[in-house]
Design a protein around this ligand. Sequence first.
Ligand code: CMP
Length: 237
Amino acid sequence: MSNQPDPELVKIVSGHVLLGQLEPDELARVLAFSRTERFSAGQVIFRRGEPGQSMMTVISGRIKISVSSSEGKEAVLAILGRGEVLGEMSLLDGKERSADATAMEAGEALSIHRRDFIPFLERNPAICIRMLGIMSNRLRRTSGMVEDRSFLDLPGRLAKTLIDLGKAGGTETEDGLRVETHMSQRSFGAMLGASRETINKQLKAWQDEGLVLTGRGYVVLIDPKRLARNVGLDIGI
Ligand code: CMP
């Protein structure tokens, strides 16, 4: 352990939703307690039900948070990227991991043990409030997913998810708004509560109607407004 954190690491965490807010000396203290973990694509980071003693923040790569049924069906709860936090629930309540975490591509995360982070939280009410903000945001997103699954049919859910992904990080191209789905069609289906075949069929139907173009790991929304209208979505775009 060193009190001189790696400048490269400091640069990375400076944009971090939680750690980026710390004064330099506090940040140095937290980094001294942290370790960097590397993951390969497809590696299981932890499984639901395991004891959880640490929290991680993503440095690079994407991590899938999911739960599976005994028959092997999967529901994707979130895809976390750079700067996002995972494992905070067990860290706070001392219970088991509530979901599986799997690396979707090779990446790194900064891991902090409960025994080091809890005293740090006790000294930093502003960081506790930020953490509550992160958890509130997750609850909002999860409630939104429950709402969509209850009230939208599959085309509506798929169109809404693609348009949301496009708004959050899509790229304007000559053909339209390109959305990186960054995951296999199977995982994408799991996020929407539908099989890969059903998703493929719907995308193909939209492609035939000139609403989207599909490729490996991406979908281009030729005209997001027309797509929204097609499925009866009122999304204010
Ligand atoms: P933990 O329960 O320690 O381990 C699983 C992690 O998945 C959990 O902490 C959160 O970081 C994350 N997680 C669980 N449920 C959700 C959710 N609904 N939305 C986003 N992240 C979640």
